[in-house]
Design a protein around this ligand. Structure first.
Ligand SMILES: NC(=O)c1ccc[n+]([C@@H]2O[C@H](COP(=O)([O-])OP(=O)(O)OC[C@H]3O[C@@H](n4cnc5c(N)ncnc54)[C@H](OP(=O)(O)O)[C@@H]3O)[C@@H](O)[C@H]2O)c1
Length: 319
């Protein structure tokens, strides 16, 4: 089968011919239809997460995907052959990712979450949901922005951001988002009420002008500690400043005036179920900025695939 893999940490991901993995006890084999790219994929390939798990090589990359179960191992009761599944295929040890024609994963992935694809949902839509959608829901839960409050999303045009803008809006939160000026209308279409154009004036200065009363919370998706330190003053007393991109340094994490955290995605199976419900209800949708064939994955991972409009998710068509 074809798959995008590395033979050691730090190697550039390449399209390779790989043996088809067979499911062991508790595992499902999935013929992948579509996969989606996350910053996490390159973090894993680089070895930056080497200390946080066990890895086997050649390591096929890809966490998010959707496809059809083609075989099950002993003891699998959650899924049957022929069923369409999607989710974050993050197993331990990790070897078989979703950037391949066939993937093998525990039916209940050790670090991820798997669920049935809702009827009629196209594979690309399903593949674009898991990591970004779950993260947006999770971080909003922890931030506890009150209904009627104001949230600033820094880095709103990407995977997590496009879901966070929609989910916050659906919770009755007013969203202020940073984006380049030409994407303002598209972000308003997701629910953002104010756009702070990037690169025109320092963000903290723009915030003093646009929201002089301050915001209830800031969600950082960029990961620049200098930037988060500069904008922290815009959060009202008792408000929240959270980052999914490890953008908060120790002084901010120790702040007593506001609640601060570098958030790590938790309770994945529950969040995947909630995400599915919200998508089926029409409350959230995947924003797919680019869709390319599997062999384009190395360029997609390097951020070299062109996007028209919001960046959202880059989806790989696998079969
Ligand atoms: N902790 C967790 O459990 C968890 C889970 C998921 C994701 N994450 C992390 O969360 C972050 C966001 O993930 P994602 O999937 O949304 O990434 P993404 O799709 O690459 O989006 C990144 C966003 O940041 C913006 N951005 C990048 N550099 C910027 C800069 N210098 N100034 C202002 N904006 C900038 C991008 O804007 P442009 O489109 O204009 O470039 C885009 O809106 C990543 O660091 C990811 O690793 C963590």
């Amino acid at each position: 089968m074809r798959g995008i893999s590395v033979e050691r940490f730090g190697q550039a991901p390449e399209l390779r011919k790989l043996p088809v993995p067979e499911p062991g006890t508790g595992q499902v084999q999935v013929a992948i239809e579509a996969a989606a790219v996350n910053p996490l994929d390159m973090a894993i390939a680089s070895g930056a997460l080497a200390a946080f798990g066990e890895y086997r090589f050649p390591l096929t990359l890809g966490m998010d995907g959707a496809g059809t179960v083609t075989a099950i191992g002993d003891g699998v009761t959650q899924f049957r052959v022929g069923e369409r599944v999607f989710g974050q295929f993050w197993d331990q040890p990790l070897q078989f990712g979703t950037f391949a024609e066939v993937c093998v994963v525990q039916a209940a992935p050790v670090l991820g979450a798997l669920a049935a694809v809702p009827d009629m949902m196209p594979a690309d839509v399903a593949a674009a949901l898991p990591t970004s959608g779950m993260t947006a829901l999770g971080v909003l839960d922890h931030m506890q922005v009150p209904e009627g409050g104001t949230l600033l999303v820094v880095g709103a045009t990407g995977g997590v951001g496009t879901f966070a803008v929609q989910a916050a809006t659906a919770r009755g939160i007013g969203v202020v988002a940073t984006a380049s000026a030409e994407l303002a209308e598209e972000l308003r279409g997701l629910g953002a009420s104010e756009i702070v154009p990037r690169g025109i004036e320092p963000l903290e200065q723009a915030l003093r002008r646009i929201v002089p009363e301050g915001v209830d919370a800031i969600l950082d998706l960029v990961g620049d500690p200098l930037l988060t330190s500069r904008v922290a003053g815009a959060v009202r007393d008792g408000g929240a400043l959270f980052s999914t991109a490890f953008g908060l340094d120790d002084p901010l994490l120790g702040d007593k005036r506001i609640r601060t955290a570098n958030y790590q995605l938790d309770r994945k199976p529950e969040r995947l179920a909630e995400l599915t419900e919200l998508v089926m209800a029409g409350t959230l949708r995947s924003v797919i900025g680019a869709e390319v064939p599997l062999e384009e994955a190395p360029r997609a991972l390097a951020g070299e695939v062109g996007v028209t409009g919001l960046r959202g998710k880059t989806v790989l068509r696998v079969s």
